[in-house]
Design a protein around this ligand. Sequence first.
Ligand code: ADP
Ligand code: MG
Length: 242
Amino acid sequence: MVQLRNVHLSFGDNAVLKSIDLEVRRGQAVSIIGPSGSGKSTILRCITGLLRPQAGEISVGGTRVDALRTEAELIALRKRVGFVFQQYNLFPHLTVLQNLVIAPTRVIGRSHAAAERDARVLLEKVRLAHKADAYPGELSGGQQQRVAIARALAMQPELILFDEVTSALDPETVGEVLTVIRELVREGLTCVLVTHEMRFAEEISDQVHFTEAGRIVEHGPVSQIFGQPRSERTRQFLQRAP
Ligand code: ADP
Ligand code: MG
């Protein structure tokens, strides 16, 4: 579903990604862990075509992302890849239900009735059916983030990228967001998850990548990374993690 090969990206003379290789198969949950500034978000932004690497190949579902040239091609890619960030960025003047209906109707031409039916199913899934008519400002951070996840799902993406989606939340509401992601992964959602929640990464991931200073220092199955890391740096990082 996703393949990065030998990806290099610099901002000016700051080399931020150095020879990144990463693969995600359909139905897999792949985590990226590592210190701040190590390039995790940059990798996700390359996968959605928001950033273009100076070298290397990126494929998403058979499309060569690094070769896309026109805005129309990039928009077509972003319809297929959901992206959920730390900031929920819901439309504050629209209800929860309207937040879920707007993109499918305007961007992929779903009828309003079908989009609303889908939206109600998704709100059930994220346990917010009772908030369909609320406005984002009336919801807790955890609830808003669950709406943001439902909104991404409403576009029926082939894969979803989660970038530290619980980092801005109160500790009490982190669990409700992780519960939703856990269920989606169990149902077979293909996703890439950047997280500082090590126990969660350990629980749900098929593969884990540890990044530092723009490189993937180590990657492997959960049993390796959390059980018997090969790199001393991975070991140190995990020892210090909460
Ligand atoms: P992480 O998500 O692992 O914390 P990032 O991918 O956000 O790391 O950033 C990696 C490096 O790239 C950092 O040194 C950051 O300062 C730099 N960087 C990220 N985005 C930009 C940008 N738009 N312009 C210049 N430098 C950037
Ligand atoms: Mg980041």
